[in-house]
Write a protein that binds this ligand. Structure first.
Ligand code: NCD
Ligand code: ZN
Length: 355
């Protein structure tokens, strides 16, 4: 039996408010606990998006009554909310800036819209960038110019990880996360196409990349500060439909996939704890969770099945994958929150990390 600290996932799409047919605060925190995650940070691209105090409170009220693990809620950087976002920093997980297109309408197209956020958002509070490829280079330049730490979300390309490595060597305050799907999947996988031959289930932002990109992430593991799921649930009906929305669920598959990589000798248990607990706790200024741990059966070999999951979206891109390592028990702040496939923490047990 392997004992891990409570895992932290700094990148989760909860879907409440606005799209609870995909997921809500109850199901997402059940999925988190089943995956060994005791703290999740929720992204702001909900409906309505989280841009001000009223919308932040809608999400936090839902979380307060439904969450079964601990949580924080990001605020989104909009075209004209830099003052409000800065004033809400103590209540929020951090600021999320969408600098490239994705699911939702939060993209800040013009760099003049980035400037007030870099000027006003507190330097001690986390600022997370959805910025791919050359946009990432721009975000890192902003970090250097404004001397503001940035955290780059879901790094997927060789050019990106190499740029972050070079920026870190220059002393620029940049940290980053990588998602399991960018470590284990490549583009053009069969089985992901819908009836019109579109990528369908394989749609995700950033897109799945080449084997060379995937290999570069593994060879530059020391540059990766955190693993994060970017858990982005959409129903199978939506994924297989006309305009498949981008995103994969990931909360329940991250730990088994990474433990399998440990078993294969591609990652150490220490390296896993650094990236799923120690580093995110520091980067996102998260409080201690006393009497909190995850018990894993390292030798359990089984197949990933959507039918076993708690997420409401009803599918996983890793269906049928054989993995080694199963979460048996999660103790959160002294209470058994998950044991042998059952969620035991009640709705409302979860605490706001900025509470
Ligand atoms: C995310 C979503 O569905 O909210 N989709 C995705 O493909 N990752 C949005 C995002 O994180 O870009
Ligand atoms: Zn995301």
């Amino acid at each position: 039996m392997l004992k891990l600290p409570g895992l932290i996932d700094p990148h989760v799409h909860v879907r409440e408010p606005g799209a609870t047919h995909k997921e809500d605060w109850d199901t997402v925190t059940q999925a988190a606990l089943a995956g060994g995650v005791t703290t999740l940070l929720a992204m702001p691209n909900t409906k309505p998006p989280i841009f001000d105090e009223a919308t932040l409170n809608i999400a936090l009220d839902a979380a307060k009554s439904k969450a079964r693990c601990d949580y924080g809620q990001y605020i989104g950087a909009g075209p004209d909310n830099a003052d409000i976002a800065a004033s809400l920093a103590p209540k929020a997980a951090g600021l999320k800036m969408y600098l490239d297109s994705t699911f939702g309408e939060l993209r800040l197209d013009d760099m003049t819209l980035w400037m007030p956020h870099f000027q006003k958002f507190p330097k001690s509070a986390p600022m997370v960038m959805h910025s791919e490829s050359r946009t990432m280079a721009a975000a890192i330049l902003f970090s250097a110019i404004y001397d503001h730490p940035v955290h780059i979300a879901h790094v997927s390309l060789k050019e990106e990880i190499l740029l972050i490595k070079a920026a870190k060597e220059k002393g620029i305050k940049v940290t980053c996360e990588v998602c399991p799907h960018h470590l284990f999947l490549t583009k053009g996988l069969t089985g992901f196409k819908n009836l019109s031959g579109l990528p369908g289930r394989g749609e995700v932002r950033p897109r799945l990349a080449t084997q060379e990109d995937v290999d570069s992430l593994w060879t530059n593991l020391d540059v990766i500060d955190c693993f994060a799921t970017d858990h982005a649930p959409h129903t199978l009906q939506e994924k297989d439909g006309e305009n498949p929305p981008p995103g994969f669920p990931g909360l329940e598959t991250m730990l088994p996939l990474l433990l399998t990589a440990v078993d294969d000798g591609r990652l150490t248990v220490d390296g896993l704890i650094q990236r799923l607990h120690t580093n995110p706790k520091r980067i996102f200024n998260l409080p201690d969770q006393p009497e909190t741990w995850v018990e894993v059966d390292e030798n359990a070999v089984y197949e990933i099945k959507a039918a076993d999951q708690f997420t409401r979206c009803g599918w996983t891109p890793f269906e049928g994958w054989k993995v080694k390592g199963k979460v048996r028990k999660v103790v959160l702040r002294g209470k058994t929150a998950f044991e042998n496939g059952k969620v035991l923490a009640e709705a409302g047990y979860g605490r706001n990390v900025r509470g």
